[in-house]
Every structure is written in structure tokens, then in C-alpha cells.
Design a protein around this ligand. Structure first.
Ligand code: TMP
Length: 208
């Protein structure tokens, strides 16, 4: 049995990752591929509990920057060992809503932690697993802000951050994509949902 492919979707807030993750999963299943979808942080009961702590201070206390990154990585270590690796090993493709590049973008470019340290910590958490393909859904800053403002429900700790934080991480994503063109495909997500879905499918087909 050939190992499954590991595809991650990344991007700033409001880029449409979750919608497109579901659409891509359906399109691949229609081609007879077995697909598992998951998200970060989250995807197992333990990881979903960590998500609540990270996004909405579920523990009643905001994590410090270093604690924040370790919580994201604890969630990733659990998800990789418990869900992602076993699925890939049995030939299932895994589509994950955010993964290591969100740590580099948010905690590195956004919070200012050293990228080399984050790479080393991430490699420990994932036991070296990296995505085969990363789709960066890119949108202009103004469009991201507009989509965020339209969202219902309370804004989480990251959505509440200042515009400068969001600008730094969006630029970080673009910089990482340019530095690693073999793994990344940049998708312009500012058009209609159908246009974006078409670009995503073309990118996945050209990769496989
Ligand atoms: P979202 O997946 O619903 O966008 O929420 C996850 C939030 O957590 C989002 O604001 C990005 C942030 N995040 C990090 O800061 N670092 C990480 O490593 C990951 C996976 C997410």
C-alpha cells in the first residue's frame, strides 16, 4: 500500500481554508481517493481542549508567548502520532487545516520568536513529518479584515491582534512560500469560492 499524501492548507484569517478543505476532500473522494480531514489546533479530544485554552483562554489565563508555542506543539505532537501518521501509513490522504507553517507565521513572524528555534521545536513535535504539499491561500490584508468583521461569534485571541501582527504573518507566509517553491503553491483566494476551488484542484493535480 502506497503511503498517503499529506496536504496542508495555510493562510491568514478569513482566507477560506476550512471551506476549501472540505471542497478539496470531496473532489479527491470523487476520484476514489481515501481522505481524512483534520485541523490544528484540534482534531482529537486532547487537542480540541488545547484549542480552547489557546483561542479563548479556557484555562482562565492567557498563555505567555513561549507557553503558547509549546501548547500548539503539544497539540501537533498528539495529532501527528494519534491521527496523521497512522492514516498516511494505511494509504489515506490527510488534509490538515493549518500545520507547522502557522507556527512559523504566527509565533515566528507574528510574535517574534526565533525561526530557527521554532523549526527545531517543530521537528521534535512532529518527529520530522513535513507536508508533501502546502496550499497557501492568500488574500489582501483589507479583504482578510473585511471577512473577519463579517464573522459571527466572539473574536479569538489571534483575531483580536492588531493589524501590524496580521500584516507580519501574512508577509511571513509569502516569504516562506517563496523560499520553498517545491512544497508550496500560492493560491489567490480573493476571488469567488468557485475560482479559488478551481485553482486549488489544479495545484493538487499538477502535484500528483
Ligand atoms: P483557525 O484555524 O480557526 O484559524 O484558528 C486557529 C488560530 O490559531 C489561528 O488564529 C492561527 C493560530 N495558530 C497559531 O498561532 N499557531 C499555530 O501553530 C496554529 C496551528 C494556529
Amino acid at each position: 500500500m502506497a503511503r498517503g499524501k499529506f496536504i496542508t492548507l495555510e493562510g491568514p484569517e478569513g482566507a477560506g481554508k476550512s471551506t476549501h478543505l472540505s471542497r478539496l476532500a470531496e473532489a479527491l473522494r470523487a476520484r476514489g481517493i481515501e481522505v481524512l480531514t483534520t485541523r490544528e489546533p484540534g482534531g482529537t479530544p486532547l487537542c480540541e481542549a488545547v484549542r480552547g485554552i489557546l483561542q479563548f483562554n479556557a484555562a482562565g489565563e492567557a498563555p505567555q508567548t513561549r507557553a503558547e508555542v509549546l501548547l500548539f506543539l503539544a497539540s501537533r505532537a498528539q495529532l501527528v502520532a494519534q491521527v496523521i501518521e497512522p492514516a498516511l501509513a494505511r494509504g489515506t490522504w490527510v488534509l490538515c487545516d493549518r500545520f507547522c507553517d502557522s507556527t512559523f507565521a504566527y509565533q515566528g513572524y507574528g510574535r517574534g520568536l526565533e525561526l530557527a528555534q521554532l523549526h527545531a521545536l517543530n521537528a521534535f513535535a512532529t518527529a520530522g513529518l513535513m507536508p508533501d504539499l502546502t496550499l497557501l491561500l492568500d488574500i489582501p490584508e483589507a479583504e482578510s479584515a473585511r471577512r473577519l468583521a463579517e464573522r459571527k461569534g466572539p473574536a479569538d485571541r489571534f483575531e483580536q491582534e492588531q493589524a501590524a501582527f496580521h500584516r507580519r504573518l501574512a508577509e511571513g507566509f509569502r516569504e516562506m512560500a517563496a523560499a520553498e517553491p517545491a512544497r508550496f503553491r500560492v493560491i489567490d483566494s480573493s476571488g469567488s469560492e468557485a475560482q479559488t476551488a478551481e485553482q486549488i484542484l489544479a495545484a493538487v493535480e499538477s502535484f500528483t
